[in-house]
Design a protein around this ligand. Sequence first.
Ligand code: AMP
Length: 223
Amino acid sequence: MSGIRLVILGKQGAGKGTQAERLAQHFDVARVSTGDMFRAGVRTGSELGQRAVEYMDHGDLVPDEVVVEMVRERLAMADVVERGFLLEGFPRNVAQAEALDRLAQPGIDLVLSLEVPTETVLLRLAGRRVCIDCGTNYNLDHPRADDWECDACGGKVVARDDDTTAAIGRRLALYENQTAPLIAWYLATDRLAAVDGVGTTDAVTTRLLRAIESRVGLARDRQ
Ligand code: AMP
C-alpha cells in the first residue's frame, strides 16, 4: 500500500508513539508527531519551541494557528508528499481536523482510535521515560533504573517535563473534552477504525495492521 495517509488518535499513554513508529516503518511513510516536533523545538531553542513550551509544561494545547501552520509546512515536504504519512498527536480538536481536511488533499485514508482505559494509561504514564535526543519511549519496567542511555542513540533517557500529575490530569481532561469528540466526527464520515490498545505491543500492532489492511485495501479496491 503506497502513499497511505493515516491518523492515530488515543489518550496520552495509549501507546500512540510506539505504534506510530512501527506502522510508519511498515508502510514506509513519514511519521509526523506534533508533540515530537514541539519537543525538538524546545530542545534547540527555536522560536516555535519558545512559543510552545509554556503550554506544554502545563499540559495545555498550543494554539491552533501555531500547530496548523507547523503541520501545513511539514505536509508540504517532499518525503510526505511522495510516501504518505502517519499523523500522531494531530488533530486534537474539531478545528484542527477541519484544517487537516483542507491540507491533506486528496484526503485521509483512515483514522485509527487506539482504545485504552484511563486507569491503564495512568499506570503507563507514571512509568514513562523518553530519550531527550531521539524521542524513543521506554517504561520503568525496562531492565535499567531511572537514568539510562538510549538503546537507539545513546542519548539520556528521562521523564518528560509534562508527565507531572497535574499536567497529566489536564491532558486527559482535554482529551475527553476536545479530542474524543473527533471519534464521532470521523465515524460519521466513515473514516474511523477503533482498535483495542490493551495487550502486548506486538498484539496491538497486529490489530492495527489488520484494521488498516482491511479498511484501506477495500476502499482502494473499490476506486
Ligand atoms: P504529545 O507528545 O502528543 O502528548 O504532545 C505534547 C504536548 O505538545 C501537548 O500536551 C501540547 O501541549 C502540545 N501539542 C502536541 N500536539 C498538539 C496539537 N495537535 N495541538 C495543540 N497542542 C499540541
